[in-house]
Design a protein around this ligand. Structure first.
Ligand code: ATP
Ligand code: MG
Length: 555
């Protein structure tokens, strides 16, 4: 998998815009993010959001949020609210500039009448099937509809009656009269309006004719004064049509610019497939922490700044490319390494008895929350004569480079003393169940006085004070790089993408805030789940591992 543009983070649209400003072709920069409210936003949308809002910010312009709600049957208010929340969460603000395509229905209707009057639009009464056949193919020109030469008067009357609801769905459409022989099929008299007797989430039952995307979108841009209308590459062949409407209506002309959409490995982004994952309960909902949705990533603990960094780092180009998901995960790690407070949690406990520490004693050790950032403060770690360490941090017969604990060896307990393993206790099967160690009580916050070198540092929790917490070990949702390569993308689901375990946590973790993210030292980054945590009973979602371990596990 290649990661083209990644290193450079280049962005050709930035260059177009600064040239436009320098030459005086544009005085300001107005962009827009135009989601269709028929699903939740995903990481692909984030690329578009960061691009549009980012450019507006960079050039002191503005970016509009416009709901492309021209399709009445599929859209829902639930999605409108979720999309607004997601854009804000990503850190962007549309200010006063919130728009709906449906708010332009009146103007679009008047413009349609204008085009009819100019002889540039007509009502076609062919069936959908006839229209499809007569549109022609890439190699054959289309065939003109027998209704193509209807008079202006007849067209005006029929269009009015379409609007009045006199005709059933699909019986007529309004088409632009352009060129049935155009090599670009989009210009072969594209539909502008169709009849749909359907309720709309905003315009209610005011309309039973609805504008097609191609007719609504560019005119919406023009009405809002959008200067640079940025969209994905599939719309390149629509650009001549976009420009045709603007020219024929003689209205403000935005410039459409296309860029390559984001494709991310181990991920699907089609809304249809995401919906299927939700509907068929392959995930717990749109906000399942394994989903590529922004609500999912938020719940998983991805910081918005990491997603913005990712979008900047992958750059914006014009050739379709795949980005490896590890690039996104690395951005999350980098961000959290800087910001996440450190805590100690043991996932697979092995008991250690500190034999020279009084059993009736305990103390609280001060521990920094962040090694590089003193402002993150400190917390108190209880310590006593019994602790747990990670089972993997002890080896009976350690290889050379193993700097953790082994019989007779010394190791530093993070934020506490150096201990030496004196005795290994086993059960009847011979499995190690406990270690007896002695602590060098003169090594708190300092090295041994006699100059002994102790290389390893391990984390631990106090056995008497630690609290059990639920830990969700999330991993990638798909195990194939490109899930669409499977016969059915569902076959590519990773059966190990979700595992619940229990950890033993330093006690302070029970009282942290919902949504807070921590580095469990030497283990990974974890976030307190916003849905399933109860007061004093946090559920931790693994946000990301400390290092990329994917290849090692899977190959
Ligand atoms: P559909 O049109 O099938 O419902 P969509 O993904 O195009 O799905 P929209 O709501 O229309 O969804 O998308 C809103 C904006 O986000 C569009 O400008 C679109 O180009 C952009 N966008 C969507 N997916 C991606 C992606 N993978 N990479 C970059 N931009 C994207
Ligand atoms: Mg779309």
């Amino acid at each position: 998998m290649t990661i083209p543009e990644m290193a450079s983070g280049s962005n050709f649209i930035r260059t177009i815009i600064s040239d436009d400003l320098a030459s005086g072709r544009r005085k300001t920069v107005v962009t827009r993010f135009p989601p269709e409210p028929n699903g939740y936003l995903h990481i692909g949308h984030a690329k578009s959001i960061c691009l549009n809002f980012g450019l507006a910010q960079e050039f002191s312009g503005r970016c509009h949020l416009r709901f492309d709600d021209t399709n009445p049957s599929k859209e829902e208010t639930e999605y409108v609210e979720a999309i607004k929340e997601d854009v804000q969460w990503l850190g962007f603000d549309w200010g006063q500039h919130l728009y709906y395509a449906s708010d332009t229905f009146d103007q679009l209707y008047l413009w349609a009448i204008e085009l009819i009057k100019q002889g540039k639009a007509y009502v076609d009464s062919q069936s959908a099937e006839e229209m499809r056949v007569n549109r022609g193919t890439l190699t054959e020109p289309g065939v003109a509809s027998p209704y193509r030469d209807r008079s202006v008067e007849e067209n005006l009357e029929l269009f009015e009656r379409m609007k009045q609801g006199e005709f059933p769905d699909g019986s007529h459409v309004l088409r632009a009269k352009i060129d049935m022989a155009s090599p670009n099929i989009n210009l072969r008299d594209p539909a502008m309006y169709r009849i749909l007797h359907a309720h709309h989430h905003r315009s209610a039952d005011n309309w039973c004719i609805y504008p097609m995307y191609d007719y609504a979108h560019g005119q919406g841009d023009s009405i809002e004064g959008v200067t640079h209308s940025i969209c994905t590459l599939e719309f390149e062949d629509h650009r001549p049509l976009y420009d045709w409407f603007i020219r024929e209506l003689n209205i403000f002309a935005p410039q459409q610019i296309e860029f390559a959409r984001l494709n991310l490995s181990y991920t699907v982004m089609s809304k249809r497939k995401l919906l299927q994952l939700v509907k068929e309960n392959h995930v717990s909902g749109w906000d399942d922490p394994r989903m590529p949705t922004l609500v999912g990533m938020r719940r998983r603990g991805y910081p918005p700044a990491a997603i913005r960094t990712f979008c900047e780092r992958i750059g914006v180009g014009r050739s379709a490319s795949w980005i490896d998901i590890s690039v996104l995960e690395d951005c999350v790690r980098e961000q959290l390494n800087d910001t996440a407070p450190r805590r100690q949690v043991v996932l697979d406990p092995l008991k250690v008895v500190i034999s020279n520490y009084p059993t009736d004693r305990s103390e609280e050790l001060e521990a920094a929350s962040h090694p590089q950032n003193p402002q993150a403060g400190t917390r108190l770690l209880p310590f006593c004569s019994e602790i747990y360490i990670e089972r993997a941090d002890f080896m009976e017969d350690p290889p050379k480079k193993f700097f953790r604990l082994g019989p007779g060896r010394e190791v530093r307990l993070r934020n506490a003393y150096i201990i030496r393993c004196d005795k290994v206790i086993r059960d009847e099967q011979g499995d190690v169940i406990e270690l007896h160690c002695s602590a060098d009580l003169d090594t708190l916050g300092k090295n041994p006085a006699d100059g002994r070198k102790v290389k390893g540092i391990i984390h631990w929790v106090s056995a008497r004070h630690a609290k059990p917490v639920a830990i969700r070990q999330y991993d990638r949702l798909f195990q194939l790089e490109n899930p669409d390569k499977a016969d059915n993308f569902l076959d590519a689901l990773n059966p190990e993408s979700f595992r619940v375990t229990e950890g033993l946590a330093e006690p302070g973790l029970l009282n942290e805030e919902i949504g807070a993210t921590f580095q469990f030292e030497r283990v990974g980054y974890f976030t307190i789940d916003s849905k399933d945590s109860l007061p004093g009973q946090p559920v931790f979602n693994r946000t990301v591992t400390l290092r990329d371990t994917w290849e090692k596990i899977k190959e």
